[in-house]
Design a protein around this ligand. Structure first.
Ligand code: AHR
Length: 504
């Protein structure tokens, strides 16, 4: 079989588009399996080096990603969480059952103060998700008062009594989670009314301005978005954002597919399903545009990523899965779509940061050893897109795209951005087995210098373990040279590449 003609990726360096909000590189930490306990929090008495119980190695790894925000405490857990159970002396905190995730007893040792401590250690911003499903308006109202008020109000006084004088900043607050499902099994019109009501009492205190995020649609439930946009009243008045959840898996819900053992067909199927995320963003955004042409209401894609069958032998309620080169490309395809919809997308949060679903970090339950996943490296390589101006990147291929799951899946996906005299181009090469030459056609500005990094592994299912932590890690890409149109690059099969350009 003859090799395909070189691909062309055309980037107009002098036509900056909307800014890519750094918050699309957001994170999510739920009281689920070993995400909080063992992942982030090991307690002060642990042998694992920690600061007030929070793992130092996890903090250092995430600080290197410049993570812009962290969503907590759920997820489904948020709608059965009562925040007052998680404050005050730890030994006096009541226990509860985490009925969604493994039916385990939660001792509330990680609560509001511990979360805000984690936020400060990470140098990130808090996205606190409130409880609509089993909570009250008063409970939600008091939580934001406790977190952010600076005078002698009852909740500010309670916070001080618990050892924190200064209020915290909480820029993002979720009004329930998946209220069409685990958050209360509501109808869209019912929830729209509740979202308006609860949002009213999530007040801005002491100069803290909250973006209230209404619990949005599951996948392609466009009627839900329509109801929330209609129900918001004047756009942005009650709630300033609405969310969207979509997970990538290849099998049905009952048997989602193995994280590490998959066929070539499943490789392409996962990638096609990941690429669907962009279509979902575009279609929900179109509905939002109809009601809100000025784009006052943001779209928050606050749960995305792969959801595979749990690692054999682990608790099915803990959602612990491995993470391969395939997960890395699922992530890079999401980011390409996010960059192209920077005008409406306010935030996105991968599910989840440590030890759950498409994690950045996996920790060994016995030794405590930490492993950075291929997905972590995509976040690191794409870091430069945060708060950069998006640039159009057109992929031109001579061959017809593969059709998978009823969708065209071109062999290459690309996105680009520019800031501070530099440009960053991200290239996902989806072909499972053959390398591909790409001509990067750079227009509109002179390029003074370049460097490229590539992430791939021995096979599409390559992944990192404590024994082989660098099986999938970025390295300098040598196969890149100047070309009359810009640069010529040879992309290895199943790889993710970033090219950083210094602009003259
Ligand atoms: O991320 C795991 C779960 O997926 C979340 O708790 C829930 O919101 C979603 O169904």
């Amino acid at each position: 079989m003859s090799s395909p003609a070189p691909a062309r990726v055309v980037v107009d360096l002098d036509l900056p588009g909307p800014i890519i909000n750094r918050h699309v590189y957001g994170h999510f930490a739920e009281h689920l399996g070993r995400c909080i306990y063992g992942g982030f929090f090991v307690g002060e008495d642990s042998d694992i080096p920690n600061t007030r119980g929070i793992r130092d190695d996890v903090v250092a790894a995430l600080r290197a990603l410049d993570i812009p925000n962290l969503r907590w405490p759920g997820g489904c857990f948020a709608d059965e969480y009562h925040w007052k159970d998680g404050i005050g002396p730890r030994e006096q905190r009541p226990r509860m059952v985490n009925s969604h995730w493994g039916d385990v007893v939660e001792d509330n040792s990680f609560g509001t103060h511990e979360f805000m401590d984690l936020v400060e250690l990470l140098g990130t911003e808090a996205y606190v998700n409130g409880n609509v499903g089993s909570g009250t308006v008063q409970e939600m109202s008091e939580w934001i008062e406790y977190l952010t008020r600076d005078d002698d109000s009852p909740m500010a006084a309670l916070r001080r009594a618990n050892g924190r004088d200064e209020p915290w900043k909480v820029p993002f607050f979720g009004i329930g989670n998946e209220t069409w499902g685990c958050g209360g099994n509501m109808r869209a019109d019912e929830y729209a009314a509740l979202a308006r009501q609860y949002s009213t009492f999530v007040r801005d205190h002491a100069g803290n301005t909250v973006t209230r995020i209404a619990a949005g649609a599951n996948i392609d439930d466009y009627d839900w978005t329509e109801a929330l946009m209609q129900g918001a009243g004047s756009p942005g008045f009650s709630y300033q954002a609405i969310s969207l959840h979509y997970y990538t898996h290849t099998g049905p819900w009952e048997d989602k597919g193995s994280a590490t053992e998959f066929s070539e067909e499943e490789w392409y199927l996962a990638l096609a399903r990941a690429a669907r995320a962009e279509e979902l963003v575009a279609r929900h955004a179109t509905i939002m545009d109809k009601h809100d042409p000025e784009k006052k209401v943001g779209l928050v894609f606050d749960e995305w990523g792969t959801w595979w069958n749990v690692e054999p032998g682990t608790n099915p309620g803990f959602l612990y899965q491995q993470n391969t080169v395939r997960d890395a490309l699922v992530a890079s395809l999401h980011f390409d779509g996010f960059h192209r919809h920077a005008d409406r997308l306010l935030m996105a949060n991968i599910a989840q940061t440590v030890n759950v679903l498409q994690a950045m970090i996996l920790t060994d339950p016995d030794s405590g050893a930490l492993v950075l996943t291929p997905t972590y490296h995509v976040f690191a390589m794409n870091k430069g897109h945060q708060d950069a101006a998006s640039l159009a990147a057109h992929v031109l291929l001579e061959e017809e795209p593969r059709v998978v799951d009823g969708r065209a899946l071109p062999a290459i996906s690309a996105s680009a951005s520019t800031k501070e005299g530099t440009a960053l181009v991200s290239l996902s090469h989806l072909d499972a087995s053959a390398p591909r030459t790409v001509v990067l056609d750079l227009r509109g500005r002179e390029v003074a210098g370049f460097s490229a990094r590539v992430l791939t592994g021995e096979g599409t299912a390559a992944h990192n373990t404590p024994e082989q932590p660098e099986a999938v890690a970025p390295v300098a890409l040598e196969d890149v040279r100047p070309h009359e149109r810009g640069l010529e690059i040879v992309l290895p099969p199943h790889s993710f590449t970033t090219v950083e350009l210094q602009l003259a």
